[in-house]
Design a protein around this ligand. Sequence first.
Ligand SMILES: [Zn+2]
Ligand SMILES: [Zn+2]
Length: 353
Amino acid sequence: MLGAMLLGPEKIEIRTVPVPRPGSGEILLSVEAATTCGTDVKVFRRGGHPRMLQVPTLFGHEMAGRIAAVGPGVTTFSVGDAVVVANSAPCLTCDACQMGRENLCQDLHYLNGAFAEYLLVPKRFVERNTHLIPKNLSFEKAALTEPLGCVLHGIDACDLPRYGQRGPVEILVFGAGPIGLLFVAALAMEGHRVILADPNPGRLKIGKKLGAAETIEIARGGGQADVILAKTQDGRGAWIAIDATGVPEVWSDAIASVRPGGLVNLFGGCAPGTTVSLDTHLIHYSELTIKGVYHHRPETIRKALKVLANPEFKADLLLSAERPIEAVEDALRSMMRKESLKVVIKKQLAPDG
Ligand SMILES: [Zn+2]
Ligand SMILES: [Zn+2]
């Protein structure tokens, strides 16, 4: 089978490798659609990821497909089933897992290799984070389950039942990449007033289509809190600000853009070793809640599939192009140039179905 092998920083080779055989409890997934993601770009640039993968390795982590074979002992799935496999599987026994915080599992396993014709799904993933795709949902859209699962986990962290007691909430989203846009779509669908800020006018336009009440074209690199405050309903800031950029200067803007009692959700992961300085007076006297939010939980993966199956949820607007496995590097480079939001990688006709 063909697969995109990551060998080091900005080094990918398309290789022919043997189709894996599922062992006990495992399944073989025929990958029908895999989507590229900002994390793949990071991994491509840096030549790996301390938590998720070490080179040389097949990579890609957002996938949907059909079960091509099952190993001995698999009873919950059959050959031909259309499924989504999430890219992580928790242990379910550590203290984090027991508290329902499986994204912080001390022994979280990651799965990579979606930019290939087939993917071997280990037992733990089959048991804990593989899900049937609803009938009316395409493989392309279903592949967005992972990023939407992250976003729904991010929305759970926003404490909306509390902030929304008096009705829809004004929420700022920084960053109109795929994650920021999924936040916009999911929050707008729940009736909230979302303000989206990003330097890219084309992406802001997509944000509008996904339900943003307002968009702000900001300069790159942060220092924009005043501009943003002026756009909030009474100029005092939003109740909730979400960073989906992973840029420390924008984290600071997000913190400076909420009103007293507000919540700041720092969702975009910054580069290792970076820091931000905090206005202690502001945080104390305005009782700000500032939280870091990471990854997804099996529960939000299941929920994401349901949300994606709703035709009103126009996540397909994030899919900029479809390319074959051979074009993975091109696809990632087009993301680096901000020419595409996400690219769907599809195998060409498989030699043996
Ligand atoms: Zn992803
Ligand atoms: Zn655990």
